[in-house]
Write a protein that binds this ligand. Sequence first.
Ligand code: SF4
Length: 331
Amino acid sequence: MAGTGTAHLRTEHEGDVILSVHNLVVEYATASGKVHAVSDVSLDIRRGETLGLVGESGCGKSTLAKAVMQLPPPTSGEVIIDGRDLTAISGRELRTARQPVQMIFQDPISSLNPLRKVRHIVAEGLEVAGGRTRAERTSMVDEMLSVVGLDPAAAGDRRPHEFSGGQCQRISIARAMVVNPELVICDEPVSALDVSVQAQILNLLEDMKERYGLTMLFIAHDLAVIKNISDRVVVMYLGKICEVADPDQMYATPLHPYTAALLSAVPEPDPEIPPAELALSGDLPSPHDPPSGCRFRTRCPRAEALCAEREPEIRELRPQHFVACHFPSTI
Ligand code: SF4
């Protein structure tokens, strides 16, 4: 892949879209040149769904998530939440407009202020929002700590270093949820945790989604995790979207050679998934100087001359199954 186009976006008749990202570009200068981290990416999320965003480390998925939050703002493109373009506003107006969106980060320990007590960390968003008394904030914090499985009396006055990684991620989830968000962006929320703890945190996130009617953008490099939690999956490669589909369909019959390669690397493949046609070899090319045409062509066994000349456009090859490839695996 490495495709362009917007065929995968929903029309106005296809449900209540809570987040729309249009033609998002994130580029920044480094000592060794300009980095093309996210290149003309468009996606949308319908209210109540979990959109899984998957790809190798360095493919731009976390950069995209931060650009949605304007942390920092993207180089160009639009990020529309509840009808407002976050890229067109700043300051207090921006902070208010993005309040319905909260983030949960990869490293739960370093994402929490080590100097503050847990109850103050969880209360931060409520203090910024204002409009509640101290007693109301305390009550909401205690309730949310209980919901995420922590005893407020025992945990509230301790600091993050006194907790395990899994407990710190529970605190992060409480901090995000206490302000009653509509959309939660989970940026690799379990990849720094032990496998047994990963399952607990994933279950907790599913519970929170159910209990509060959340919408989620769930980012991971682990396809097994993404499959279990997502209603729809977007595969990214080197700053571009390759494939978009329902997880069952994508994992059973991937259309893009990159998706097929990623699936071949899943340690315990689903027996329903046919043998992958290739194993992914080589490193991700440098985002300083991405390949011409299809960005995957330097690692793709199907690449032909056209792949270097022309960027593939995203097409719907099966109902609600979109791919950006000149020569997809199966039609
Ligand atoms: S066949 Fe061509 S367009 Fe498709 S993924 Fe391979 S290099 Fe890209």
